[in-house]
Every structure is written in structure tokens, then in C-alpha cells.
Design a protein around this ligand. Sequence first.
Ligand code: HEM
Length: 410
Amino acid sequence: MSAIDPLDLIDPQSYGRKGYPWQAWARLRREAPLEHFEPEGFPAFWAVTKHADVVEISKQPEIFLNGPGMTIARNQDLEANAAPPIRTIINMDAPDHRQFRGIASAYFTPRAVAKLQPLVEKTARDLVDELGREGECDFIPQVASIHPLKIIARILGVPESDEPFILKLTNELFGSEDPEFQRGEDRQENMRTLFAEFWGYFTKVIESRRKQPRDDLASVIANARIDGQPMGDLETMGYCLITFTAGHETTRGSIGGGLDVLMDNPDQLDRWRRDPGITPHAIDEIVRYVTPVNHMMRTASRDYTLRGKKIREGDHLVLFYASANRDEEVFERPDALDLGRHPNRHLGFGIGEHFCLGANLARMTSGTLFRELTGRLESVERTGPSERTASNLVPGLKHLPIRYRIAPAA
Ligand code: HEM
């Protein structure tokens, strides 16, 4: 495996410059599906590239832990973050994880999400209307980013006027290595000030909901109790942060990445336009094909043998969802976008205990926007190169310049 540079798999800068390493993953799946790497500047890790292995690991959360670190990060960042400023459910293991996850889960059931449909439809229609009959735009900041931001802001209950501020902080968090978003040269200092701002902002939101609860998720989080006691500050802030940022950046990735791949597959765009009924399958296929959340990490709590290889207690395993989603042993023609693909056993939302809490919401939010868009788009083309965020976690497009013609709303 000497020819594969592990930095292509995990270095955020590499994702910004070259995008997802599809060819390296295909080779790993073929020749070394579970390979150990020791890259410079990062912790050693096992690259998990096969669908079956991602499933086997994810379904044993008592052996493969999230607590020691949810993503692979540079050694220097890991040392600096040894005491994380917040605690989120994605970083928790049993028994805490299930208890804390239960606090917000009622907000994300299919029934709860269905209640949001009118709001999501209006937001989608307004955004498409705002584009006008024809013109040019950068689809990411003007549409892909705004739609999920508005929805998650309403669910959490923060005012519309605060959306630009939250968007800026979210970009800075996920794009902490991206020159366009990072605050300054010193990443540790950037993270410290960034968390301080999140903390300051959400402290005010939480205090106001403790005084006067409303019908929103912030009120549920602010007044949650664990074993009869109020939830701690680290966990309260963690909840606000994870629902906001995980709900926004990822959905933006599927909307932006979705339009990008539809432009490469005009037959599929046309198929969607003619048959809006395929939307549920189409959305899952886009999540499979684009895989907005590229990886998550697990740490072994004991020795374990997988594919005949000895994984030692304390070893890190990087689950490359994007690679698993192109696994030729599971998907027919894995590199083809097929909006009618069904069944579709993709792992774009993870699997097991940490399965995406917002999957129903993400499907509905992006499905509604795409139905509005594909139903009205008469033409669309790129007017320049797209650009990707320098991130190994959510390496979505940050710029996608397009020219379009759009029919008026029916
Ligand atoms: C297309 C959009 C989305 C994608 C691709 C996505 C992907 C993922 C993935 C892969 C995980 C699993 C992490 C793991 O196994 O360690 C996850 C977890 C999570 N997602 Fe999403 N997500 C999306 C949208 C959302 C939305 C809209 C929300 C709403 C708030 C959300 C909230 C969460 C939370 C809270 C977790 C942690 C669950 C846990 O640890 O129990 N996500 N997501």
C-alpha cells in the first residue's frame, strides 16, 4: 500500500484541493480493505473502507467508542482539546448516550417533522422565488446554506435576525482549516474564541427559556433533567451546538452537492422533473452519492479481530462512509447516480446507536427544496469552477456558481 498517501484520506487541505479520494478508496477496498496507516502529524489509524466493516463496528458501540474522539484530527489539535469545552451526544457512550439522546429525540420523529412541512415548503418556495425568472448566482451561500439554516433556526427557536451570526460561526467551526472561513492563523486560539462566542450566545438563549419556556427545542434543552437533576452546562451547550451545526452544514452539503451531481447527470435531473414521486428515493441516493459526512472515528476499548487483522485496545478506526457508500459488493453500479435506487442500504446517516438524529428532518428539508427546484428549473449550468471546504469531516461545496432559468411558481 505504499502508493497510497494517507494524507489524501484525512488531511482537510487535501479535501479542499482535490475533493474526496474516490480512487484511493476503490483501491483500498480491492487490495487492502482494512489498512493501518501512520501519517505524519496525525494519530495512527485503521482505514475502514468496506460497507460490512463500517456496519460491524458501528453496531458494537460497547467495543468501539465515540467518547475518545469523534473525528480524526491533527495531533496538535487533539492535545489542545484534551479537555473539550462542551459535551455532545455524538461524543458520548453508554450509558450516558441513550439517556441524553432521548432528550431531543421526540423533536425529530417522522410525526414531529411532518408538522414542519408547511414551514419548509414556504421557505423552499421563497428561496426559489428570490432567484427570479433567470440569472446567475452562487448556489451555496444563496440557497443550499440558507434553507437548512432557516429550518433549524425555527426548530431551535432563535430569531431570524441571528441567522447570519450563527451561519458565520458554523462556517468557522466546520471550515476551521479553510482560509476563507478561519478567523486567524492560530487554530487553537480560533477554536477557543469560537466556542466562547457560541457559549455566550446560547447562554442567553438558554437563560431566556428557563425563565419563560416556549414551544421550541431550546426550551426542551434548557429545562431537560437527567436522573431528576438539571442537565449540566457542558451538555446543555453541547446540545445547542450539535443540533445547530450538525443540522445545518450536513444538509447544506447534500443540497449543494446534490445540484452539482445533477448537473453532471442531466438525464437524472430530467427524470426527477418528470416524476416528483421519486423524491424519497432520490434524496437517499443523493446522500449516498455525495456522502456529506465523510467519516466518523471510533476507538477500540479492547482487542478485536477484523478481517483477520488484530486491532488493539486504544486503536483508532476511521469509518469512511463515503467509501462504504460506493462498495461494489453492496451497490450495483456504485459510481452511477440512480435516483430510483431502491433498496438503498447507504450509510450516509451512519448506522447503529449514533444513527443520525436528524435524518428524517434532513430528508424532508432537502427533499422539499429539490422538489420545488427540479419542478421549476428550465435550465441550469455552471458558470465557473466549484470550490470545496477544506475539511475531512464535512467537505461540502462552498461555492457553486450557476446560470439558470426558472419557471414561476404554479
Ligand atoms: C444530509 C444531512 C445529514 C447527514 C448526511 C448526517 C449524517 C450524520 C451521520 C453520518 C451521523 C452518525 C455519526 C456517528 O455514527 O458517529 C450523524 C449523527 C447525528 N446527526 Fe446527522 N446528518 C444530517 C443531518 C442532520 C440534521 C438535520 C440534524 C438535526 C439536528 C442532525 C443531527 C445529528 C445528531 C444530533 C447526531 C448524533 C447522534 C448520536 O450521536 O446519537 N443531522 N449524522
